[in-house]
Design a protein. Structure first.
Length: 277
């Protein structure tokens, strides 16, 4: 099998044409005609992930977040991105990402989370111009209305975490839930007063804000260092949160206006000692 065959299979499900204008999904490093025998899957390309792929004899790393978002003017190991690209090239490992195209494709990331939570009557939250059922996020209904705290426990059980972080519980029950992987915290307007909105964390490269997130609390970019125990958000403002490189924190934040909650979902979720339910 060649890299182009792997890419074609992914893009049949999540066409590159569905990605956002700022995105850089697809094959970033490697030749389409190169042979592939073993692949490693991850959320982000990191130096540790590349080391793991090399140790496992992998020919390609398939991630959700692209390692390259902006043109590289040099490769002198000065930045995390440059080091990752340099290591991948030296080791002959291809880098492929399925990002916002996977977020917005029909039955994509948000749909998967919705199915995991048992939502019914799901529909697209923000339809794409391309139509065909594509778009960011989904809205669905729980089979029955649940107490908010019990719903949070359900989320914890379903994602296999022992704790989650959340703001004030401003609504006693939950029935309608909106889910949006990607920059979902900034797409919650118009989902209705009874909705909970779920979004995923992002990994932020040192010195900058990840392109698919609008803001980082405190302006704190994080790369392989500890995330603060609790992020404080200005009242009435949407929340943006940060995950440690190669770590994921399942996070619930209830907005001050009571209209939504934010839960990020990535693989290898690691609770950070926030409030347990």
């Amino acid at each position: 099998m060649k890299i182009r065959d792997v890419a074609a299979a992914i893009e049949e499900f999540a066409p590159l044409g569905l990605q956002e204008s700022y995105d850089n999904a697809g094959l970033a490093v490697g030749r389409p005609d190169a042979e592939v025998h073993k692949a490693l899957l991850a959320v982000d390309v990191t130096e540790e992930v590349i080391e793991e792929a090399a140790a496992e004899g992998c020919d390609i790393i398939i991630t959700h977040h692209p390692v390259i978002f902006h043109p590289l003017k040099r490769l002198n190991s000065a930045s995390y991105t440059e080091r990752c690209v340099e290591q991948a090239v030296r080791r002959g490992i291809a880098l492929y990402a399925a990002h916002t195209n996977l977020d917005s494709t029909p039955e994509g990331m948000s749909w998967r989370v919705g199915h995991m939570l048992g939502l019914e009557s799901m529909r697209v939250l923000e339809p794409a111009a391309a139509g065909g059922g594509a778009g960011f996020g989904v809205v669905g209904e729980l089979p029955t209305e649940e107490p908010t705290e019990e719903f949070m426990r359900h989320v914890m059980r379903r994602f296999g975490v022992q704790a989650l972080r959340h703001g004030d519980i401003v609504r006693p029950t939950v029935r309608r839930v909106a889910i949006c992987t990607g920059a979902g915290a900034f797409r919650h307007q118009g989902t209705g007063p009874d909705d909970a909105v779920f979004a995923h964390n992002t990994v932020v490269e040192q010195g900058g804000v990840h392109p698919d997130e609008a803001a980082v609390p405190y302006g704190a970019a994080v790369h392989q260092c500890a995330v603060p125990y609790r992020d404080v958000f200005a009242k009435g403002h949407a929340a943006a949160d940060v995950a440690v490189q190669h770590r994921v924190v399942l996070y619930v934040a209830v907005f001050a206006d009571g209209q939504c909650a934010v839960i990020p979902a990535q693989h290898r979720a690691v609770p950070d000692g926030g409030a347990g339910l």
